[in-house]
Design a protein around this ligand. Structure first.
Ligand code: UDP
Ligand code: MG
Length: 320
């Protein structure tokens, strides 16, 4: 593996209505950066980059204040809410422009133990390009969150979008990873799938999850579902194959029933009294067909949005 020099680290933090967390978060992260600088693990040009994802509270004012008090704090503000994935993408693209050797992403509520970033750096120095944080357990999650998270990974796996279990968006990647990312023109970019498939040296670091320090979770069941659907349609055609295979077997079944009906008619002159059978088959087949159309529709929708090629996000202001 490659030998590396002390890196310039950027930490990106997506924020949506995080006025209650930001001060503590930035204090803790700046402390972390200073500690790592004094240990000689990162360069003294390392910095924080906040992405305000169109917050409606004082989030941006706080970022401005922080920036004025410390030049290591940079950030941008979107003109509206684009969602956490796009905020992360914007962070990655921005720090590539500003300059960095590696970049870590962490949530604004610091639920992920920020201390693990030091271990991320150690792995980076060993030559890894992608270091994924894997959470130790889900003790701090509610039953609903546990259930939806589990359903998310299982659905993804079932439909062929293979992403590491219990890895959210807490990771560190090298500049080289960012360079490869810029070769991907797709607008509906699924970060976790991308980092998993590019094939750069990858390793995992375990970390503990804490309770959200203040405010409420910005994710609900439907945003998680949307993320899962985007992940599946971006990274897998398994559902389309499933439709094809299902269609084949349904047709086979249809032919068999047809054949049986003809034989019965010809040899036994049995006129059918199968009203219930008819209705059941009609409903079942109708349902399956609609379901399959829905699956295909998801891919058509993905294509539709991809073809329109609207910007992934729009920055309003940037503080460098
Ligand atoms: N977030 C964002 N845009 C959104 C929703 C969330 O930038 O539309 C940010 C949020 O501020 C936080 C991170 O994404 O930094 C993760 O969100 P949250 O902590 O609410 O999710 P959870 O930890 O409950 O999964
Ligand atoms: Mg959180």
């Amino acid at each position: 593996m490659v030998s590396r020099t002390i890196p310039r680290l950027a930490i990106i933090i997506p924020c949506y209505n995080e006025e209650l967390c930001l001060k503590t978060t930035s204090e803790k992260l700046i402390n972390l950066i200073n500690t790592l600088i004094s240990k000689g693990k990162i360069s003294d040009e390392s910095y924080l980059y906040f992405v305000d994802d169109g917050s409606k509270d004082r989030t941006w004012n706080i970022i401005e204040e922080l920036h004025n008090s410390n030049p290591l704090i940079k950030g941008t503000k979107f003109i509206r809410n684009f969602g956490n994935q796009r905020a992360l993408i914007a962070g990655l693209e921005s720090v590539k422009e500003i300059g960095c050797d590696c970049v870590a992403s962490i949530d604004a509520d610091l639920q992920q133990d920020e201390g693990a970033i030091e271990r991320f750096i150690d792995e980076y120095m060993k030559g890894y390009d992608i270091i994924l944080g894997i959470r130790n357990d889900r003790k701090t999650d509610s039953f609903f969150k546990k259930f939806t998270a589990e359903a998310f990974y299982k659905t993804m796996k079932l439909f062929g979008a293979n992403i590491p279990m219990n890895h959210s968006d807490y990771r560190l990647v090298s500049k080289r990873t960012l360079d490869i990312m810029s070769l991907y023109p797709e607008k509906l970019f699924f970060l976790r799938g991308f980092f998993n498939e590019i094939g750069l040296p990858t390793t995992y670091v375990n970390f503990d999850v804490k309770k959200r320090m203040a405010g409420e979770s910005k994710f609900n069941f439907s945003s998680l579902m949307a993320l899962a659907l985007n992940g599946i349609t971006s990274y897998s055609v398994v559902p389309l194959r499933f439709v094809a295979v299902l269609g084949f077997f349904m047709a086979l079944f249809g032919f068999a029933i047809g054949f049986e009906t003809v034989i019965e008619k010809l040899f036994w002159h049995n006129s059918p009294n199968g009203w219930a059978t008819n209705i059941i088959i009609m409903c079942a087949f109708g349902g399956i067909q609609l379901f399959c159309l829905g699956i295909i529709g998801e891919y058509v929708g993905q294509l539709y949005r991809e073809v329109k090629a609207r910007p992934r996000y729009i920055k309003d202001i940037e503080l460098l």
